[in-house]
Design a protein around this ligand. Sequence first.
Ligand code: ADP
Ligand code: MG
Length: 344
Amino acid sequence: MNIFRRFLNLFSSDLAIDLGTANTLVYVKGKGVILSEPSVVAIDRKDNRKNSILAVGAEAKKMLGFTHGGIEAIRPMKDGVIADFEVTQSMLRHFIKRTHRHFLFKPRVIVAVPSGITQVEKNAVREAAEQAGASEVYLIEEPMAAAIGADMPVTEPAANMIVDIGGGTTEVAIISLSGIVFSKSVRIGGDKLNDAISLYIRKKYNLVIGEVTAEKVKHEIGSAYPSDQVETIEVRGLNTVSSLPMAVAVDSEEIRKSMKEHLDTIINTVKQAIERIPPELAADIVTRGIVLTGGGALLKRIKELMREETQLPIHVADNPLMTVAIGSGKALESIDILRDIAIK
Ligand code: ADP
Ligand code: MG
């Protein structure tokens, strides 16, 4: 059987997929991460055939906020889970088609899912991947994939604490001996930070800005912790009083304050996780500290905020946007790892 399977493997390219709320990444066996695109789909609503896809990924994201009645740009994943099943499936089919080069065999697919999603939600992911062309689907938990991707010693008796700040959720987990000792997820992530920025600018300046602009403000001047250097950026949007387009300058301090409440929630979740773990593991965290990953780990000075709040060593993963895909890819390359961590 093994020789046969190995022979078949020559013709197939198995995939590991990080199906994220903000970004989807695909790792191809033997090749590495070859696709990274926003989880956005643009749909032509005028087309009589149902759900006719106009664009997927970066191209669709460019349309966010620029659409009209006939076109809709959708983010089918919300809070880490599938919000729109059909669109998620179409998106997966598109990404699988783009990365799977063999026509004879369907790929085996690993999908990383948030820990703590319900059985119904897991089944939905499994079904979406199957219907999008997978021959077999394995699910692994995102924090485990992230920890493996960040090169943490997950198989050892050690406290591997990982905090993954994604688009829709923040997942906090402590892993030891290849298992998740404790995990907690909050539905606060980069999207909520963008919303907080929009809301603040609307209230303070009577200026309505789009999701893409809010995200840009966050990336360019957003920070989690005060700094001596205050930066400013000009934002444009629609004035709610005059109903005319307008520009205002905002600074990094006010933006930081607008995000503070959500950052506090993330910090509290981390603290609660630490309180819940057994004493030996807690003791080990004092030396090993916490690894931050996910796109939110790129927020400026998040490390400083976490360090001050937890008094623990804080490390930011090398490539925060890719750790889950890289870790899932390692499981794809090694059946031993996969057998250890695949979930039902
Ligand atoms: P998901 O796994 O949920 O798809 P990602 O790990 O891909 O999420 O992270 C996406 C989030 O990271 C988005 O909310 C994005 O705005 C945020 N992000 C990306 N780069 C930065 C940055 N430089 N500063 C702050 N946030 C960032
Ligand atoms: Mg993620």
